[in-house]
Design a protein around this ligand. Structure first.
Ligand SMILES: NC(=O)c1ccc[n+]([C@@H]2O[C@H](COP(=O)([O-])OP(=O)(O)OC[C@H]3O[C@@H](n4cnc5c(N)ncnc54)[C@H](OP(=O)(O)O)[C@@H]3O)[C@@H](O)[C@H]2O)c1
Length: 299
């Protein structure tokens, strides 16, 4: 049986992965058990556990805060990724690592493919890109999964913020000119389980970088409208009228109307065809992903 070392188990993706990888021997570690800023600890723990696969969803993910903490963002997202890759290589193990749509600048008109030029516009994006490059340079069997707009039942995220605000307010203003695919941690974990079962680290043509999002596209405004619509439909179906969202109006605003410390790409759309072609794996549509999460979220 494959032995898996999983980092960041208290994160959205880490938590979902721990639940879904139940058929494997998984050593799932929190930040307290494996702090990725401590290179010596990474080496000691990986050598101790001797996994066949390392799955690394742990990351510095505070996109705005990273602008003022670049050293920490690079330590976790780039240096630690490199050390994990080196340690995996020492053991002839494989590495599954997560990256982001924020490696692109968002100026392309159509959806990005993996061979498109990267040009991150934030410290977070630059640190994640440096992590990708470090893993490739080590030259071990690896799968880098670029995902986007992650949310789920577990953890702090956009879905939970919108449900909370929709209960409190009559109206909301949400950015409507950034486009991408909201991707649920549950959809990610389901698809990673498929990858783990089919990935042959010896097959060199499987090593590489893959776009890895729920299918389809929307804006943050479109996502928030769908969240409220699915939420109210479910509350109605369950006959829980007191839980119905109070919100009456969600209006679309521009990125310029909502300034943030870190710049974000206007176009975050990722083409997932390579994942389907190489692994025959496809994540559900973002609306289906939301439905799956909503069922578990509300009950
Ligand atoms: N969230 C998104 O919208 C998004 C979009 C695109 C790509 N991604 C990528 O997808 C992956 C998973 O994201 P996610 O949404 O699951 O992130 P998340 O919920 O923020 O979880 C990140 C995890 O990393 C852990 N972590 C942070 N610093 C650490 C350190 N020094 N040592 C060990 N662990 C540390 C955190 O620990 P604590 O629980 O202790 O804080 C947390 O459990 C990441 O690689 C991220 O860059 C995410």
């Amino acid at each position: 049986m494959k032995k898996i070392l999983l980092t960041g188990v208290n994160g959205q993706v880490g938590h979902a992965l721990k639940t879904k990888l139940a058929d494997y021997e998984v050593l799932a570690l929190s930040r307290e058990q494996l702090d990725l800023t401590k290179t010596h600890d990474i080496k000691r723990i990986v050598r101790d556990i001797k996994p066949n696969i390392i799955i690394n969803p742990a990351a510095y993910t505070a996109v705005d805060k990273a602008e003022s903490e670049p050293e920490l963002a690079f330590a976790i997202n780039a240096t630690a990724a490199q050390v994990l890759a080196e340690e995996a290589a020492r053991l002839d193990a494989g590495l599954i690592h997560f990256s982001t749509d924020y490696v692109y600048d968002g100026t392309k008109i159509s959806a990005y493919v993996e061979t498109d030029e990267v040009n991150p516009v934030s410290v977070y994006g630059k640190s994640k890109l440096a992590g990708e490059a470090a893993i490739r340079a080590v030259g071990l069997p690896h799968i880098i999964l670029r995902t986007s707009w992650v949310y789920g039942v577990y953890g702090k995220n956009f879905l939970k913020t919108i449900v909370r605000l929709a209960a409190e307010r009559d109206s909301l203003r949400i950015v409507g000119d950034q486009f991408g695919a909201p991707t649920s941690s549950e959809s990610i974990a389901d698809a990673v389980v498929q990858l783990v079962s089919t990935w042959q680290a010896t097959q060199e043509n499987q090593t590489g970088t893959y776009h890895f999002t729920n299918d389809g596209e929307t804006s943050w405004h479109g996502f928030s409208c769908e969240i409220v619509s699915q939420y109210n439909a479910l509350v109605k179906e369950k006959d829980w009228p007191t839980l119905k969202a109070k919100i009456e109006n969600i209006s679309a605003i521009t990125t310029a109307d909502y300034p943030t410390p870190a710049a974000r790409p206007a176009n975050s759309r990722l083409n997932n065809a390579k994942l389907k072609q190489v692994f025959n794996v496809q994540l559900p549509t973002w609306q289906q992903g939301l439905q799956q999460v909503m069922q578990n979220f509300i009950i």
